[in-house]
Structures are given as structure tokens and as C-alpha cells.
Write a protein that binds this ligand. Structure first.
Ligand code: OAD
Length: 247
């Protein structure tokens, strides 16, 4: 890994008031496609057709086929060394707050007990009649679109474009960002708000903001430190190699 600043090394070793924000790039090395860039999900599927309430109202089967394919994909993937390094670090420093835009559950699969999911979860469904949401890990569903026990159609319990983020989850993420001493932004193109605004919230409150991404993003110039490279290599080097201070 490239040289890191003394400040980053100290903050990692201290392990207090650390917030981690992840995006699709965090899961790339597990074999989950990102959204943007070459081969990204939005290259083959128009966002407005499969990730908006209007798209779902127009053609729920198309939307469900898209999410069913993604459910099948994630049923066969596993966390990588970067997920494990984060989980291990969070276990050693219990106050760490993990915030993700990902809906694949890989942080939880790696052992992070509490994850703030800003965009919902692929393995949850919501009744279109009463809004009740619950976990549903059936892969594949017996029929598409899947139905609730009440007979109404189910929808994925994910956030689509044009929809509000889950209020309590975003409030917790925002609050943690305002209290952060170290804020790690990992594998996100930092284009989709309000999640993309959290690094600036942390920065304004005095956090040291570090981007981990092989490519530049719109916030690269605004963060305090950039570690260029894949999460699977950088996180074990950054978090694993730093000794935990005596407590
Ligand atoms: P994107 O697909 O927009 O961006 C993925 C980012 O990951 C890019 O900046 C890549 O350079 C980076 N990346 C790729 N491989 C990486 C690796 N091995 N390690 C670290 N970084 C890597 O994904 P998001 O930023 O998560 O929302 O997208 C944000 C939101 O837009 C998603 O949650 C989704 C999407 O549309 C909804 O569906 C509401």
C-alpha cells in the first residue's frame, strides 16, 4: 500500500469515532457488478425502468426479473479480504459505525453486527398494500412477481430513485458523520445524494476524510487523503497492520 499519513495511522490505531461509508465498489472484488463504469449494471438496464417507482408501476415483472437476477447473484458470493478486515476492525473497536449504500448484505456476512443500510436490502421485500417489510431469502421465488400472503404484489425493500431514504437510518448515519474523527469513503462514485453528502458533513465537523477507490471521484479533491487502489488490498493493509493500543 502507498504511504499513509501519520494522522491516518494514529486515527486508525485509536479506533474511536470511526465511520465507514461504502458503495458498490466495496463489493466488486466479491464479483458483484457496480452500477457505473464499464460493464456496470446501468449500462444494460435503464435506471428509470428498473429503479424507479414509475418503472415498477409500468412493468413490475421487468423490475422483478432484474432484482431476481441480482438476488441469485449475491446468493453465490462471499465477502472478500476487505470486508473481513473491516469486520475484524469493528470487532476490535466496537463503536465503529458502518454505513452502506449496498443492498447485498456482504458486510453482515463478514460479521459486522450492525450495518446502517441506506438503500435497503435485496433480501427484504415489502407489501405494496400495507407497506409491511420483512426478510425473504427465497432464491428463486416460486413465481414472479412474488406475492404477499394478503395477495398483493411484493416489491423489493430497496430505495429507488425519486424515493426518500429510510428516515431513521439516514438520521443515524448523519449523526455519526457529525461526530466522526475518521471517515472512510470506500468504493463509491459519490454521485448519488444524500449518501454522497455524508463525507462533507463529516469534514465540516472536523473529521479526517479518506477516500479508498482505484479511480478518482467528484469528491477526491475535497477529501483529506486518497488511497488509490482496490478495497480488498487496501483495507487489510490499513486496518490489519495497525496495532491496537492498550485499553
Ligand atoms: P457506482 O457504481 O456508482 O460506483 C462504484 C465505485 O466503486 C466507482 O467509483 C469505482 O471506481 C469504485 N470501485 C470499483 N472497484 C473498486 C474496488 N475494488 N475497490 C474500491 N472501489 C472500487 O456505485 P455507488 O457509488 O455505490 O442506488 O452507487 C451509488 C448508488 O447509485 C447505488 O447505491 C445505487 C446506484 O444507482 C440506488 O439504486 C438507489
Amino acid at each position: 500500500m502507498q504511504q499513509i499519513s501519520q494522522r491516518l495511522a494514529d486515527l486508525v490505531a485509536r479506533g474511536r469515532d470511526v465511520v465507514v461509508l461504502t458503495g458498490a465498489g466495496m463489493s466488486a472484488e466479491s464479483g458483484v457488478a457496480t452500477f457505473r463504469g464499464a460493464g456496470g449494471l446501468w449500462e444494460n438496464e435503464p435506471v428509470e425502468r428498473v429503479a424507479t417507482p414509475e418503472g415498477f408501476a409500468h412493468d413490475p415483472l421487468r423490475v422483478w426479473r432484474f432484482y431476481e437476477a441480482r438476488r441469485q447473484q449475491i446468493a453465490g458470493v462471499a465477502p472478500h479480504a476487505g470486508h473481513r478486515a473491516l469486520a475484524d476492525y469493528a470487532a476490535r473497536h466496537p463503536g465503529i459505525v458502518t454505513v452502506t449504500q449496498n443492498i447485498d448484505g456482504l458486510h453482515q456476512a463478514a460479521g459486522v453486527e450492525e450495518v446502517i443500510e441506506l438503500h435497503g436490502s435485496l433480501m427484504r421485500v415489502r407489501c405494496t398494500r400495507d407497506g409491511g417489510a420483512r426478510e425473504d431469502r427465497r432464491v428463486p421465488f416460486p413465481a414472479l412477481p412474488p406475492r404477499c400472503d394478503c395477495g398483493a404484489m411484493l416489491r423489493p425493500d430497496v430505495v429507488w430513485f425519486g424515493e426518500a431514504l429510510p428516515e431513521a437510518a439516514f438520521a443515524r448515519a448523519h449523526d455519526a458523520s457529525r461526530r466522526a474523527a475518521l471517515f472512510l469513503v470506500i468504493g463509491t462514485s459519490a454521485l448519488v445524494y444524500p449518501a454522497a453528502g455524508l463525507p462533507a458533513v463529516a469534514s465540516a465537523a472536523g473529521a479526517w476524510v479518506v477516500e479508498i477507490n482505484p479511480e478518482p471521484t467528484p469528491i477526491s479533491d475535497q477529501v483529506d487523503e486518497v488511497l488509490r487502489g482496490p478495497a480488498g488490498a487496501i483495507l487489510p493493509a490499513l486496518l490489519g497492520a495497525v496495532p491496537t493500543p492498550d485499553r
